[in-house]
Design a protein. Structure first.
Length: 392
């Protein structure tokens, strides 16, 4: 697929589509932009023209445009018609097949697949009309990308926020299919928190972003996903069963509760190797010059799962600051894993608490795959694809 017709409708998220246009181009797509009249109230066509390098189409009845690249020609040119943001109004018009402006006419006139990234206030997203229209579009094969939950421009909090441009690019590169339908994936994410006293704990820098991205990517392909996460500040991805835990022991208990029918287990959490030997019931007072805390080893969640008689396909992560390949391969063998994703966290720029990652994947059968540095969403999609390919 090469040609993307980017439709921009009149929502506040239209500004994000300028970035989306750029990112699509970065990924080798040719992009032409069509804007609704309302969209031009938010971002000027000139901005999109400068970024896309092509005139922006806004009018259905435009003799000059028809003489150059008419609406039917545009509809034929597209390999994908991507509408981002898709307003409640445009979604409603699409569901009804209305064609009263250039964008909606193009949707009716194109044979190309259509994908929409809805963006609207959370109350508009919850409206029964929006739900009905989306259901019609889904049945018609339109891919619905997002939305995400979170703080909105209007001050509300909830579902309706357009996905970030790189996440949308990810959906375009790896269109949703139900290839994992019927499979249960259990994924751990984030740090664990090992309490020393009621107010202090031992933890690490893991943000949970990689594990959450993996859960989202697997759910998008139809897997039933149980995500067991330590304390992080991330929203549950759509259609994912998020279980919040604190300590390594809690995480193990929760994993074991859900693992029996799992086809895949991904140990992505940065589980603390040690915990304080005893929990001090009252806050430790500052009345000695030195403080010694004894630590004992935590249970190894990945190994426990890999040792099960009926074990799922086991995937580990190794974050190392040195001898990456050596330590990763050792962990793969020692814990009897099927696959290990190794990342070098020495420079502090990728991996832990970052939006980007670069991963080298080592397999049981000595094969290696290198995933170049990019956003965690893309890495997650690539990893889910690799796991799927190796399930047998
Ligand atoms: C400041 C402002 C922000 C808006 N943001 C959104 C939005 O995020 N999503 C949405 O569905 N409508 C939003 N609207 C309403 C749409 O602009 C309106 O429904 C318009 O008719 C959409 O036209 P279109 O679908 O042809 O682009 C907003 C309106 C205003 C005034």
């Amino acid at each position: 697929m090469k040609n993307i017709l980017l439709g921009v409708s009149g929502g506040i998220a239209a500004y994000k589509s300028v970035e989306l246009c750029r990112r699509l181009q970065d990924n080798g797509f040719h992009v032409r932009v069509v804007m609704t009249k309302a969209a031009t109230e938010f971002v000027t066509p000139l901005t999109f023209q400068a970024i896309s390098g092509h005139p922006v189409h806004t009018e259905l009845f435009d003799p000059a445009a028809e003489a150059a690249m008419g609406h039917i020609e545009l509809a034929r040119w597209a390999d994908l018609l991507l509408i981002a943001p898709a307003t409640a109004n445009t979604i409603a018009k699409l569901a009804l097949g209305l064609s009263d402006d250039l964008l909606t006419t193009l949707v009716t006139a194109t044979a190309a697949p259509v994908a929409i990234a809805p963006a609207m206030n959370q109350q508009m997203w919850k409206a029964p009309t929006t739900e009905q229209h989306l259901s019609v579009l889904r049945q018609r094969g339109v891919q619905i990308i997002g939305p995400a939950a979170g703080a909105q421009a209007c001050g509300d909090v909830g579902f309706g926020r357009m996905l970030e441009p790189l996440e949308i690019v990810d959906y375009v590169l790896y269109p949703a299919q139900d290839t994992l339908q019927g499979q249960h994936w259990v994924i751990t994410a984030g740090p664990t928190r090992e309490q020393i006293d009621p107010v202090r704990f031992l933890s690490n820098n893991s943000s949970g972003k990689m594990g959450f991205a993996l859960a989202k990517a697997a759910a998008r392909l139809g897997a039933k996903v149980t995500l067991v996460s330590g304390p992080v500040s991330l929203e549950a991805p759509p259609a994912v069963n998020l279980i919040k835990v604190k300590s390594a022991q809690d995480m193990l208990d929760s994993v074991m509760e859900h693992i029996s029918d799992a086809r895949v287990f991904i140990g992505c959490a940065a589980v603390a190797d040690y915990r304080p030997a005893e929990f001090i019931a009252q806050k430790i007072k500052k009345n000695t010059q030195e403080l010694h805390v004894d630590f004992v080893k935590n249970p190894d969640i990945l190994q426990t799962v890999a040792e099960l008689k009926q074990r799922p396909f086991c995937v580990g992560f190794a974050a190392e600051t040195q001898k990456l390949e050596h330590y990763a391969k050792d962990k793969l063998k020692r814990k009897n894993l099927d696959m290990i994703c190794a990342n070098n966290v020495a420079n502090g720029k990728i991996g832990f608490d970052s939006d980007e990652n670069a991963v080298t994947v080592f397999f049981k059968n000595d094969r290696t795959e290198v995933l170049q540095q990019c956003c965690k969403h893309k890495i997650a999609s690539q990893l889910v694809y690799l796991i799927q390919k190796n399930l047998g």
